[in-house]
Design a protein around this ligand. Structure first.
Ligand code: HEC
Ligand code: HEC
Ligand code: HEC
Ligand code: HEC
Length: 223
């Protein structure tokens, strides 16, 4: 009987001490300290840009940019067709003056011949297979002459990018807040006509979870 009482008292003392310690611990907030909120790194402004990576001839004209590359006849002679030169492996030799033209159209450079697209009799024009004469601004129609299915997808808004308004039907005073024009990007805004493979892009960073430490921060605190 006596023994039991002692044990009970001991248990009570231990419990009281434990609760007292816990009370102190809680009041000092020893556990569950909220990690200081990390300052979120700002997203690189480059990733917020909405314009396409490439500027077409039409864009350059609109922004009154340098157009020297398109003044073919400052170097070429009118009425004289440039002669395509090939090396012994049947690869087109690009003259130094055109070092910015890096050809790679299709697997094995299947569509590298300049005059599949440029008019050899008038360098300032493009010429699709059907013989139409197109201005540089109309290059999308040139692309469409060989890439029919992609062109139809583009017209329908499934390929490329369409921006602007959904409701394009209303005009003038009929027009409400959500009605207005739309803009389609030309093929050459995204594809370099000479090497049209879409270049890889730097992925944007993942979202920031609130209070989560970024990997560089945790490497400071974990050891
Ligand atoms: C800075 C001067 C310069 C300008 C501007 C220029 N060219 Fe040329 N181009 C040359 C030279 C030099 C050659 C090589 C000699 C030749 O074939 O006449 C050449 C060659 C070419 C060839 C043959 C390429 C080959 O691989 O053999 C084509 C096609 C051509 N130019 C198209 C154009 C077109 C189209 C324009 C305008 C959009 C243009 N050039 C503007 C200087 C120029
Ligand atoms: C004379 C015909 C012709 C014209 C004009 C043409 N292409 Fe091509 N294109 C081809 C061929 C052929 C291929 C290669 C298909 C293959 O290798 O399977 C190709 C491939 C491509 C590819 C796939 C990537 C690659 O390099 O394999 C893209 C993208 C492309 N073209 C975009 C364009 C754009 C943009 C234009 C207009 C500036 C254009 N093409 C004009 C014939 C053409
Ligand atoms: C698939 C079609 C295609 C082929 C093949 C092609 N071009 Fe072009 N090229 C274009 C188009 C379209 C433009 C105008 C693009 C724009 O709006 O940015 C252009 C622009 C140019 C320009 C002016 C802008 C610049 O990049 O300097 C030159 C010069 C030129 N091409 C030369 C050549 C030469 C030389 C060859 C052959 C080695 C060639 N091109 C083959 C479609 C083609
Ligand atoms: C807003 C950008 C954009 C525009 C505008 C655009 N494309 Fe593309 N295109 C792409 C991307 C991105 C791919 C996929 C590239 C990849 O998978 O590597 C692609 C792929 C392609 C391919 C490869 C085969 C396929 O269908 O997947 C062809 C051919 C092509 N485009 C032609 C065109 C033509 C022709 C036009 C104009 C009528 C055009 N593109 C307009 C972005 C664009």
């Amino acid at each position: 009987m006596m023994n039991d009482n002692k044990q009970t008292r001991l248990a009570l003392v231990v419990l009281t001490a434990t609760f007292a310690l816990l009370a102190v611990a809680f009041s000092l907030d020893l556990f569950g300290k909220i990690a200081p909120v990390q300052e979120l790194p700002l997203v690189d402004r480059e990733l917020l840009k909405t314009e396409t990576w490439r500027r077409s001839y039409a864009d350059l004209v609109r922004s009154k940019a340098e157009l020297d590359d398109f003044d073919c006849y400052t170097c070429h002679e009118k009425g004289k067709k440039p002669v395509l030169k090939y090396d012994d492996k049947q690869q087109l030799i690009i003259p130094d003056e055109h070092s910015d033209v890096v050809m790679g159209h299709g697997t094995h450079g299947r569509n590298n011949n300049c005059f599949n697209c440029h008019d050899d009799e008038n360098l300032e024009q493009l010429q699709p297979r059907d013989g139409r004469a197109l201005k540089f601004e109309q290059s999308t129609m040139l692309c469409g002459s060989c890439h029919g299915p992609t062109y139809r997808d583009w017209e329908a808004g499934m390929h490329g990018r369409t921006s602007g308004y959904w409701n394009r039907t209303k005009e003038g005073t009929e027009q409400g807040k959500f009605d207005g024009p739309f803009k389609k990007q030309d093929c050459v805004n995204c594809h370099n006509p000479h090497s049209p493979k879409f270049p890889g892009r730097q992925p944007a960073p993942p979202p920031n979870y609130l209070r989560e430490k970024t990997p560089s921060d945790s490497s400071h605190t974990s050891h």
